[in-house]
Ligand binder design. Sequence first.
Ligand code: PEP
Length: 261
Amino acid sequence: MKKLLVAGNWKMNGDSTSVTSLLNSLTGEFDKALDKARFKHCEVLIFPPYVYLAQVADSLRDTQLKLGAQDVDSRDTGAVTGGVAAAMLRDVGCQFVILGHSERRRLFHEDNETITRKFEQCIAHDLCPILCVGESLEQRRTGVTLEVVREQLEFVCDRVGATYMGKAMVAYEPVWAIGTGESAKPEEVEEVHAGIRAYLAGIDAELGASTRLLYGGSVTPENASALLANEDVDGVLAGGASLSGEKFLQVCQAAEMAVLK
Ligand code: PEP
């Protein structure tokens, strides 16, 4: 039976008090023997801000929850003031890194070249990249969604090749749906995920079949079931909903139910 993935991107939120309380609500639930059974069919990842990674890694030890980082530097090591290297993330217990998030593309002017270098760093240090792609509202309105998503994917795929791409996941995150409370409709997600799968299958049939495709953009406990009902949706990436232990657990519950249906 397949496992659905639920990822929580905390972004630049929290302080040591709120991080401790969020962790208590999550690990408390995931620790109980009953809850291990309750969340048997979903894989749950959390992405705290850098400064809390070590604290979170400590709390997640011996739980089912896995740790990831929201970013990584595109360089290996050395004179990069403020940089955080892939090896460091691995060292503190991360297994995943979010790359190409629209906030990083917009606020930090990250282009496909930088994102690809970060992707290569992740692969070199045994971290699974979660490559975010997605169109703006303007691009959706002008009907170029599939081209935009394909272009973002193609740049990385052409450079890293099918073998390395096979070590990553792709998250479809329409820019207009992030943090707006307006999720994409299940049929819109279905169309784009089918397009991504077809593109990957064109490179390599196995890559198309096995790459895990996540959806992100205003995922809530209320819409998670409908989004996860699609065969081509292998999980969700939640921002706002991951900041509440209760809501995040409800999204995990929706994932669990979606597998069992
Ligand atoms: C995100 O940060 O990737 C995201 C999807 O945020 P939100 O769920 O708040 O829209």
